[in-house]
Design a binder for this molecule. Structure first.
Ligand code: MG
Length: 125
């Protein structure tokens, strides 16, 4: 994205990311003329990428996780970030293919979770 200023989560609409991903798919010749790929394939690819993400957490002990959270393992965070991006890119493609408004659905889900009671195994606060 070449906006002439730094772009990050604070100033980038989700629609802009969706459009960048579609443009990438068109450049690569993936999907239809808009760059929209088969949502079934996208959902499957998303789980593969989720596994790649999980691989970076496999066999970590609690001390490793503490170090990760404290910023003491930037190389691992970089690898996690890359797989996170893969997962999110497929998620946004899925949303695009099925006309899912990400913001509307996340806010709707937050409302559903807020209104539902605690799970039986959830600790009381
Ligand atoms: Mg990957």
């Amino acid at each position: 994205m070449r906006a002439g200023f730094p772009v990050d989560d604070t100033n980038t609409p989700i629609a802009a990311l969706k459009s960048q991903i579609l443009a990438l798919c068109r450049r690569k010749g993936w999907g239809d003329e808009r760059g929209v790929q088969n949502p079934q394939h996208v959902a499957m690819a998303m789980t593969v990428e989720m596994s790649e993400l999980l691989e970076h957490f496999q066999w970590l002990n609690p001390g490793d996780v503490d170090r990760l959270l404290a910023g003491g393992d930037p190389d691992r965070v970089e690898m996690i970030a890359e797989e996170f991006a893969d997962v999110m890119m497929y998620g946004l493609q899925l949303a695009d293919a099925l006309n899912i408004d990400v913001t509307e659905q996340i806010l709707r889900k937050i409302d559903i979770v807020d209104r539902r009671g605690p799970r039986p195994d959830e600790p009381r606060r």
